[in-house]
Design a protein around this ligand. Structure first.
Ligand code: CAP
Ligand code: MG
Length: 458
């Protein structure tokens, strides 16, 4: 079991420090051995090295890390806030909180579970410019989940073909995004893709009066420069419904913060987390996505991928564990730290001046996955404040993208009706949805619910 940092008995004496929680394995799991391993970790991640040295002095010891608490094989290490050179941004904090200790051969396991930053540090970060309220304001304060799509195939379409797929989504749903690896390939140059997409999007907005959003991938060598170019082109086209998409783990947190800090950039930041799995899936070495999620919020992410509550292709089934329903659990199982429920709580709970981040569920979704996402999101108090994307789950509809997008979007509306919200059991919800899709004229939805790989999750 894991005790959240703020719930430690001696938290108040350490609340001005940076605190990291790391699960380790050392010679044995005895308390003394784990303690010894934590001492080595604390030295390596602050001022020390593998042996005692003659160069340390009274001043240098001020930078020493210390063990705040030890619970089983989890150590809570305190670091002086001054160890983070904030002028170097997140690059420097990684070297302090997630650096060399992963390589120490004496540690047989080192999993970075959680991080705490004192208010004096958090206050120096901008946080989201728009956050959930700003994003929903763009969408006319609609009262349902945002329905979006990733254009597929993710690679290979020409700019015009790509934009035609996007247009078909925009007729029915709210958001279209580039895939994580689509950038400025010769077969799909960004300017042409952006122009074709935004022109079509604006036509649909003008015709339907419904606001839309295109998350355009700016993960290039010069991310800030590209953001400026994208915004200038958007202005020229008179089409304001776009956001800057960054592969945040790959590009790094500093890049996200840099975009956030450009006062003239007036569009939301959308963070895709491609590659996080290389660090977060291993149970011996690596870290939880919780650590990243907290820092993305500090850096200024407006939208952030945090998984699908276990409903899609990227995760194990996630259950609605009682402990995840508590706002401030005393203890939670370590493997739930990366659950969508726990992550989404962190994105939306009060945290100094930082606005809440909009969680994005993406990865193997389909129309029938939405009721369950809505229910889980509601259970943690976030109601319909979540965005859901489907690639295959929209473009895989046999009647094509537009019908796929219609099916997907329609479910975001059904689940908000008073009638649906009043249903109490899985059985009732399932029956309701099946009946709804059996009505004449709803064959497209029935098809989506009946598809073998899709189905309905309530
Ligand atoms: C989903 C997706 C997403 C990942 C992200 C993809 O497409 O576009 O990038 O699933 O996962 O390429 O796989 P599909 P996460 O809807 O076709 O699955 O948010 O967990 O990082
Ligand atoms: Mg993708």
């Amino acid at each position: 079991m894991y005790t959240p940092i703020e719930r430690l008995e001696n938290f108040s004496e350490n609340k001005d420090a940076i605190i990291i929680a790391v699960q380790i394995s050392f010679k044995s799991d005895s308390e003394e051995d784990i303690h010894e391993g934590l001492v080595e970790l604390a030295k390596e991640t602050s001022s020390g090295t593998w042996v005692d040295i003659t160069t340390a002095n009274a001043e240098s010891t001020q930078a020493d890390a210390w063990i705040v608490a030890q619970k089983g094989n989890i150590g809570y290490i305190g670091l002086p806030p001054e160890n983070w050179d904030i002028s170097a941004g997140f690059n420097n904090v990684w070297a302090n909180i997630g650096g060399n200790y992963f390589g120490l051969y004496i540690l047989k396991k080192a999993r970075f579970l959680d991080v705490y930053f004192p208010p004096s540090i958090v206050r120096q970060f901008p946080g989201p410019r728009f956050g959930i309220d700003g994003i929903y304001e763009h969408f006319g304060n609609m009262k349902r989940m945002i329905a979006g799509s990733i254009v597929k195939p993710k690679m290979g379409l020409s700019a015009v073909d790509w934009a035609i797929v996007a247009e078909n989504v925009f007729w029915e749903a709210d958001l279209v995004k580039d895939d994580e690896n689509l950038c400025n390939q010769t077969f799909c140059p960004w300017k042409e893709r952006f122009t074709e997409t935004m022109t079509r999007q604006q036509k649909i907005v003008d015709e339907t009066g419904r606001p839309k959003m295109y998350s355009h991938n700016i993960t290039t060598r010069d991310i800030v420069g590209r953001a400026h170019e994208v915004q200038a082109l958007g202005d020229e086209l008179g089409a304001p419904g776009f956001s800057f998409m960054i592969d945040g783990v790959i590009a790094g947190l500093n890049e996200v913060q840099l975009v956030r800090e450009q006062d003239d950039l007036q569009h939301p930041i959308y963070i895709h987390r491609a590659m996080h799995g290389a660090m977060t899936r291993g149970l011996d070495f690596g870290m939880t996505f919780l650590v990243w999620a907290k820092m993305f919020r500090m850096a200024g992410a407006d939208y952030l991928h945090t998984g699908t509550y276990g409903s899609g292709k990227m995760g194990e089934r996630e259950e609605m564990e009682d402990v995840l329903l508590q706002e401030e659990p005393e203890e939670i199982p370590v493997d739930l730290l990366d659950s969508t429920m726990y992550l989404n709580r962190w994105l939306t709970k009060k945290w100094e001046h930082l606005k809440p981040v909009l969680p994005m569920a993406s990865g193997g979704l389909f129309p029938g996955a939405l009721p369950r996402i809505r229910r889980y999101n509601g259970a943690i108090g976030n109601s319909f404040h979540i965005g859901c994307n489907a690639g295959g789950g929209i473009h895989g509809h046999p009647d094509g993208t537009r019908v796929g997008a219609k099916s997907f979007q329609e479910v975001t509306e059904i689940v908000e009706t008073r009638e649906y919200q009043a249903l109490k059991t899985d059985n009732d919800r399932m029956k309701y949805l099946v009946k709804y899709a059996s009505k004449p004229g709803k064959e497209y939805l029935k098809w989506a619910f009946d598809r073998k790989e899709w189905g309905i999750l309530v």
